[in-house]
Design a protein around this ligand. Structure first.
Ligand SMILES: Cc1cc2nc3c(=O)[nH]c(=O)nc-3n(C[C@H](O)[C@H](O)[C@H](O)COP(=O)(O)OP(=O)(O)OC[C@H]3O[C@@H](n4cnc5c(N)ncnc54)[C@H](O)[C@@H]3O)c2cc1C
Length: 495
């Protein structure tokens, strides 16, 4: 490998490009390297309103050893590195803000181990929700799934603190992680969790307690501290009976209180609180047409529950019915039904909610999708106010009011999202969406909502408002782990 001296000053030079190219090809082989403009273009943008930016190289390694070599080389030559799996994070997080090398991890797609006693699987970053679902179908265990397409990564979702359809019971997806293997920017390989002592024994990756929890050096860092190459994630026993109920209602405050009541009973797997526009979008109503019509139910709650016996199922249903009766006393036109009836009314696609992971086509087929995704306090006033404030803003910018929210971890906190479709082909629409996002961020932050999968421009604003000691700690950790600032530079408002 040729030594690059002071190559950071020659960033754009063809000499530096050729030297990096030669070294990367030596590591991954010619067929897993590209600097074709057409291929680089694919990695320069995502579906969101975030501005595109080109990488200079793309590589697709297969092993941890190859990643060690890539990062060591990138560190020596101060070349930016962006970890990438499918780029579907909906935050612009894999757009290479400073160019450099995209490390596409799709080829690392093995499910390495299944420990049935301690209930976890060890997977590589390219393992998708589709892979994991197909694997677990042959067992008595289940993972949980987002609304994201089946071709997105389980590891990226867990690292980003995602919210899936068992998050009411078990919290955001980082809480499902037992341990990881990761490569630091200097090429060192580290193991976090019980695997720090028994790394080679896949049967002993059973927890990340009781020891200083270094996992926080990787979760929600958006690939800024290293590349995770293996992860043990928990799976849970599948209960033989599973069912859904849909509540259609009119009064926002009373519906939210009903959600709260149900979560405190601790009988559900998941509860979604949506606006009718979200259901219409899922059902396939074209972009721009998912609107609330006077007189129809305004809010939709999806209740997902399961049981081991018929008796348990009936007891749960009885508790749901009792809670619903109370809602009806204050929201008399509210109605409770099941997914089969919803399917008859809104079409087959709505029933897909039962079959996650699936691609919800109408969310993706118009070329633009973004969200103001936040975690926030569960206070009724904040949630009701947040919906009103956001709906007014979305109206002002003429987009669809698709609320999609979820109670997290027994309703200890709330996932509060507005799914926003837009068309990049329409003149000025991306800029209009950028303005809406800016206003949504500012108003919801004031109400106690913190953006997750935080786009860089909002992260910068958060750093300005956050406690300076927190910001200093963040910067100290980043510069200690990554002194040359090569890992996904520009994320979290850090250069
Ligand atoms: C229609 C739609 C619906 C969605 N619904 C949900 C939902 O309900 N809940 C939810 O939580 N998410 C949802 N998502 C978001 C997203 O798909 C998931 O969180 C997803 O699993 C991310 O995987 P990815 O392959 O797209 O990751 P990428 O976008 O490729 O990567 C995400 C981030 O992780 C970093 N990264 C990737 N791999 C590594 C690694 N090995 N080590 C370190 N850093 C790494 C990247 O640099 C980037 O910052 C949705 C997305 C879409 C498009």
């Amino acid at each position: 490998m040729k030594k690059l001296v002071g190559c950071d000053k020659l960033l754009e030079s063809s000499e530096k490009h050729d030297i990096i190219k030669e070294s990367l090809i030596k590591i991954v082989g010619e067929q897993w390297y590209s600097d074709f403009p057409e291929e680089l273009l694919i990695y320069s943008y995502d579906m969101t309103e975030n501005d595109p930016s080109l990488p200079e190289f793309v590589v697709m390694p297969r092993t941890s050893e190859e990643i060690q070599k890539i990062l060591k080389f990138a560190n020596e030559t101060k070349t930016p590195v962006v970890p990438f799996i499918s780029g579907n994070n909906v935050g612009g997080l894999t757009i290479p803000l400073k160019g450099g090398i995209v490390v596409d991890l799709k080829r690392m797609d093995s499910i390495l181990h299944f420990n049935e006693d301690d209930m976890y699987v060890i997977i590589e970053p390219g393992v998708t929700f589709g892979h994991l679902h197909a694997f677990l179908e042959k067992t008595n265990y289940r993972y949980c799934y987002p609304f994201a397409p089946p071709f997105t990564s389980v590891i990226a979702n867990a690292l980003l603190d995602g919210l899936n359809n068992l998050s009411l019971r078990h919290g955001s997806m980082n809480e499902w992680i037992n341990g990881i293997e990761a490569i630091l920017p200097n090429g060192d390989l580290v193991k976090i969790g019980t695997c720090c002592a028994w790394g080679d024994n896949y049967d002993l990756w059973w927890s990340r307690n009781p020891m200083p929890d270094l996992l926080g050096l990787f979760t929600s860092w958006q690939g800024m501290t290293g590349i995770v190459t293996k992860m043990a994630v928990q799976v849970w026993p599948r209960r033989p009976i599973r069912d859904w109920r849909i509540v259609l209602s009119f009064n926002v405050e009373e519906t939210y209180k009903f959600v709260k009541t149900l979560t405190h009973l601790e009988i559900l797997n998941d509860i979604l609180f949506m606006s009718i526009e979200t259901v219409k979008m899922i059902a396939g109503v074209p972009y721009g047409k998912a609107k609330y019509l006077e007189g129809e139910p305004r809010w939709v709650c999806l209740l997902d529950f399961s049981a081991n016996t018929k008796l348990e199922y009936e007891a749960k249903l009885d508790m749901i019915n009792t809670a619903f009766k109370k809602l009806k006393e204050v929201d008399p036109k509210a109605n409770m039904t099941n997914l089969d009836v919803m399917e008859k009314f809104y079409g087959k696609k709505v029933g897909d909610i039962k079959n996650l992971p699936v691609t919800i086509g109408p969310m993706l087929e118009y070329g633009g999708l973004t969200w103001m995704g936040t975690y926030m306090t569960t206070k009724t006033e904040a949630v009701v106010n947040g919906i009103k404030t956001a709906f007014d803003l979305i109206d002002k910018y003429r987009f669809e009011k698709c609320l999609y929210s979820r109670s997290m971890k027994g309703h200890h906190y709330f996932a509060f999202r507005f799914l926003l479709r837009f068309s990049k082909l329409q003149e000025g629409e991306t800029e209009r969406m950028q303005k809406l996002q800016e206003e949504l961020f500012n108003s919801l932050f004031e109400l106690g909502a913190f953006p997750y999968k935080t786009p860089a421009r909002f992260a910068k604003q958060i750093l300005k408002r956050a406690d300076p000691n927190w910001v200093n700690l963040l910067k100290t950790i980043k510069s200690t782990i990554d002194p040359n600032g090569i890992m996904n530079p520009g994320r979290w408002g850090l250069e």
